[in-house]
Design a protein around this ligand. Structure first.
Ligand code: ARG
Length: 464
């Protein structure tokens, strides 16, 4: 029998039952559902709505159900529709008619709004930890590669020399912003909706502040209609997730390129690569490719939620039951990707020689020659023109700038002197870019210090 069967004269059609049920998806929130119910029952007793003895029976019944569910001793049914009614049904089976008092002054609408928040709060904490582990890995690698020269690119064309540390720290910055977005999402998520009822709160004298404290939320929701129909937090999480995956996919794409024979900047560890079923020689970067690919499905999850909520009238509508599949998928995907990406990165071998050799080619020191002329008094635009002509000459003669003789160089500008070779040295090119934000080892060392301090602030327990 349905928990809401009173006004019905007919059994639910089996098709309706299957279509309407969400237990296959929302069963994963059973712990949060029980946690919320325990807080609710405790508050009902405090307010004299149920007796302390009734509360004790309800609470111990719920705790037993949790243990039995964790041990796989209980089963959910589609007939009971969702996780909320399944647990209420199990409670009533366990403790008898008293179980039917639990739902006093509560609706599944505020119950589900609470459960999803509780669930996401825990997941956010876990994902934050995974993100910080990735940040730590980036710091470690950057420390190791402060002096590893590599070409920096624009338009996928070699542009100016940088260091691998600097390149890695660019990703550190992206993920740092992601941590910020995650914390911001968490802040707004910690608003406690119970007491909103179905839509119009309740006439019972609930102590919402007590429930908030029990569940360790920051505040209570301020409007019952919004309390049951707000899913901004899920959308905010998915936008965090989308941006984070976009960063991971850019990183993946670069690692994949770098692992090609053409680049040969890095080797993925065998443990984080896969083979081909037909080509015996192959070692493929499937992990990085899958992370790149899964980015698309997380964008899909965000779009699902945005579209789901678009134009929904206040307050609760059943459409909103569809929020969980997308949200859970984003949570699962982000976790899986972070979990495998960090060890894949840490076990990769960077080919330092190949990187610095590559940085030497393609006139990556041309800007430095122009800057050299500027220091000798030539306006930058004129210096640009002079060096452009010099490069053209070098291309025709298959020479690098630093391979030209002083006489050759002086044909292009009589400002050029013997000190030009120091200027053209690739390490010097990097070392002089030492202003804050620059790639010089000196600057990146400072950036690493600051990043290390930030990391400490993130993990010292001040975060909630
Ligand atoms: N399973 C529902 C959901 O996830 C719970 C709320 C249902 N409320 C209702 N009145 N139909 O949204």
């Amino acid at each position: 029998m349905k928990l809401w069967s009173g006004r019905f004269t007919k059994e639910t059609d089996k098709l309706t039952e299957d279509f309407n049920a969400s237990i296959a998806i929302d069963s994963r929130m059973f712990r949060q559902d029980i946690q919320g119910s325990i807080a609710h029952a405790s508050m009902l007793a405090r307010q004299g709505i149920i007796t302390p003895a009734e509360r004790d029976l309800i609470v111990s019944g719920l705790e037993e159900i949790k243990v039995e569910l964790e041990a796989g001793q209980l089963e959910f049914t589609v007939e009971a529709e969702d996780v909320h009614m399944n647990i209420e049904t199990l409670l009533t089976l366990k403790i008898g008619g008293l179980g039917k008092k639990l739902h006093t002054a509560r609706s599944r609408n505020d119950q589900v709004a609470l459960d999803v928040r509780l669930y996401l709060r825990d997941e956010i904490t876990e994902i934050r930890g995974l993100l910080l582990t990735l940040e730590e890995a980036l710091l470690k690698l950057a420390h190791e590669h402060l002096e590893t020269i590599m070409p920096g690119y624009t338009h996928m064309q070699k542009a100016q020399p940088i260091t691998l540390a600097h390149h890695l720290m660019a990703y550190f910055e992206m993920f740092r912003r992601d941590v910020g977005r995650l914390d911001d999402c968490q802040k707004r998520l910690l608003s406690m909706p119970l007491g909103s009822g179905a839509l119009a709160a309740t006439g019972f004298p609930l102590d919402r502040e007590f429930v908030r404290e029990q569940l360790d939320f920051n505040e209570i929701t301020r409007n019952s209609l919004d309390g049951v129909s707000d899913r901004d937090f899920a959308i905010e999480f998915c936008s965090f997730a989308s941006l984070m995956m976009m960063h991971l996919s850019r990183f993946s794409e670069e690692l994949i390129l770098w692992s090609t024979a053409e680049f040969s900047f890095l080797d993925f560890d065998d443990g984080f690569s896969t083979g081909s079923s037909i080509m015996p020689q192959k070692k493929n970067p499937d992990i990085a490719e899958l992370v790149r690919g899964k980015t698309g499905r997380v964008y899909g999850d965000l779009l699902t939620l945005l579209t789901l909520m678009k134009s929904l009238p206040l307050a609760y509508n059943k459409d909103m039951q569809e929020d969980k599949e997308a949200l859970f998928d984003a949570v699962d995907t982000v976790k899986k990707c972070l979990l495998v990406f960090t060890p894949m990165l840490l076990t990769s071998k960077f080919n330092k020689n190949q990187m610095s050799e590559s940085a030497r080619g393609s006139f990556t020191n041309a800007t430095d020659l122009a800057d050299y002329l500027v220091l000798k008094g030539l306006p930058f635009r004129d210096a640009h023109e002079v060096v452009g002509k010099t490069v053209l000459y070098c291309i025709d003669n298959q020479q690098a700038l630093e391979e030209m003789s002083l006489e050759q160089l002086q044909q292009f500008s009589n400002l050029i002197e013997d000190d030009v070779y120091k200027c053209l040295d690739i390490r010097e090119c990097v070392a002089r870019r030492k202003i804050p934000g620059g790639p010089a080892p000196e600057a990146v060392r400072k950036a690493l210090e600051e990043a290390g301090e930030w990391m400490e602030g993130m993990t010292d327990g001040t975060y909630k």
